[in-house]
Design a protein around this ligand. Structure first.
Ligand code: 1HN
Length: 355
C-alpha cells in the first residue's frame, strides 16, 4: 500500500464509528450504467413442482397453514421469499372442503388459477368461483378468505408486492374475527357493475377498493376469447410479443392495482419472436400450448443464457433488462405479471425492442 492508499484506509477506519462512509468507493455500484439485478432467470416445470404441492396437502391443512403455499424462491435471492427484487410468487393449494381463513393486509395480491375449478375467493363480502385461467385481485387492505366447495384440488399462482411493501416498511396485517367472512352481495355483483363496459352512476359503488380495479375477477373465457378474436381477425402480430393485452382497471383504463400489472398473450403456432428487454422483471404462467423462452440476463446472471421449454402450467421468471425471446410450436397462451405500474408511476420504466 502506498501513502495515499494508507491515508484513505485510515480515514475510512477513523470515521466508521461515526457511521460515515465514502461515496467514491461505491458510486459505480450505486448507479450502474444499466440494471444489475441479483434476480436470476428460472423455470419451475409443473411436473417437478406438482408432487410437492400434493405432499404439502398431506402434511398440513389450509386452515392450519393459513395459506398453504409453496414459494417460488428466486435462486439469486435465497432465503428472501422473493421471485424478483420487488415481487413474491407462489403456488397455493386448497383441497375440497378446506378453507383459508379471512384476513387483510396492506400488501396487494393477485391470483391466476392454474389447476382445478370450484374453489372460491371472497373479497370484502363477495365471492368469485375460480376456473383455470381466471385472473383475480385481492386489493390492498381488503378482507379475503378462500374455500373449496368443489370436488377437486385447486391450485393457483399467487403474486404479491410483499418485497415492495417491506422495502417501504409499510406492511400491516390483521386477522378477521370469523374464519369465513359473511357474504354481503351475491356472486357476480362486481362483474355486473364493472365488467360490461358500464359503471355505476353514483360514487357509492364506483371504487369499492380504492386505487385498485372495482372488478376483482377477470374470467379466462372472456380474456381468451378476446385474444382468439384478434387471431381470427388476422390482427398484426407484434414481432416480440405476438398478441399481447394488458388487464385494465375499467374505472380508469390504468393498471388493475397500483403496484402490479398483468398481461395475457397469444403466440400463434410457428411464432418466432424477436428479443426485447424491459426494466420490469416478470413472472410467467403458461396456460396453453408448447413453445420456448430464451432469457439472456444482465447482472448476476450475465453470460448464462437460459432456454426454457414451455408447456401448460409451467412457470418462469425473467429478470429486469434480460432479453426475452419467445417461440411457439403450437398456439400458446401466456399469463404474466410485473411491477410495471410502480416503474411507470415514477417515470423509470424502459423497454428496448432492438433485439
Ligand atoms: C396471502 O394472504 C395469500 O390470501 C397468499 O391467499 C399468499 C403470502 C404472504 C402473505 C400473505 C392469500 C400470501 C399471503
Amino acid at each position: 500500500m502506498n501513502d495515499i492508499a494508507r491515508e484513505r484506509a485510515s480515514l475510512y477506519r477513523d470515521m466508521a464509528p461515526r457511521h460515515l462512509t465514502p461515496l467514491w468507493e461505491v458510486l459505480h455500484r450505486l448507479v450502474p450504467p444499466r440494471p444489475e439485478p441479483a434476480c436470476l432467470p428460472h423455470q419451475w416445470k409443473y411436473a417437478d413442482v406438482r408432487p410437492f404441492v400434493e405432499r404439502s396437502g398431506e402434511v398440513i391443512t389450509a386452515e392450519e397453514a393459513v395459506r398453504r403455499v409453496l414459494i417460488f424462491e428466486n435462486p439469486g435471492l435465497p432465503g428472501q421469499s422473493r421471485v424478483t427484487g420487488s415481487l413474491y410468487a407462489g403456488l397455493q393449494l386448497i383441497l375440497p372442503g378446506e378453507i383459508a381463513p379471512a384476513h387483510r393486509h396492506t400488501q396487494s395480491a393477485l391470483r391466476f388459477i392454474v389447476e382445478g375449478s370450484g374453489a372460491y375467493t371472497a373479497v370484502d363480502g363477495e365471492r368469485t368461483t375460480m376456473h383455470p385461467g381466471d385472473f383475480i385481485l385481492t386489493p390492498s387492505w381488503t378482507w379475503h378468505d378462500h374455500g373449496n366447495e368443489g370436488r377437486e384440488p385447486v391450485v393457483w399462482l399467487d403474486g404479491l408486492d410483499i418485497p415492495t411493501i417491506a422495502f417501504l416498511d409499510a406492511g400491516f396485517a390483521e386477522n378477521a374475527s370469523a374464519a369465513v367472512q359473511a357474504i354481503a352481495r351475491p356472486e357476480g355483483t362486481s362483474a355486473a357493475r364493472h365488467g360490461a363496459n358500464l359503471a355505476p352512476v353514483r360514487d357509492a359503488d364506483a371504487r369499492p377498493y380504492g386505487m385498485a380495479s372495482p372488478l376483482f375477477s377477470y374470467p379466462y373465457d372472456r380474456s381468451r376469447a378476446a385474444l382468439a378474436a384478434l387471431v381470427r381477425a388476422k390482427a398484426p402480430v407484434d414481432p416480440c410479443d405476438g398478441h399481447k393485452l394488458r388487464y385494465v382497471n375499467p374505472a380508469t383504463g390504468g393498471w388493475p392495482m397500483p403496484t402490479m400489472a398483468a398481461f395475457l398473450q397469444w403466440l400463434p403456432a410457428g411464432f418466432r419472436g424477436r428479443g426485447s428487454r424491459q426494466t420490469d422483471a416478470a413472472v410467467y404462467s403458461v396456460v396453453e400450448g408448447h413453445g420456448r423462452a430464451v432469457v439472456e440476463p444482465v447482472g448476476a446472471g450475465a453470460g448464462v443464457p437460459r432456454t426454457f421449454e414451455l408447456g401448460p402450467r409451467d412457470h418462469f421468471v425473467v429478470p429486469s433488462w434480460a432479453k426475452l425471446s419467445l417461440a411457439a410450436d403450437e398456439d400458446c397462451v401466456l399469463f404474466s405479471f410485473s411491477d410495471r405500474p410502480i416503474q411507470q408511476a415514477i417515470g423509470v420504466w424502459r423497454e428496448s425492442r432492438a433485439g
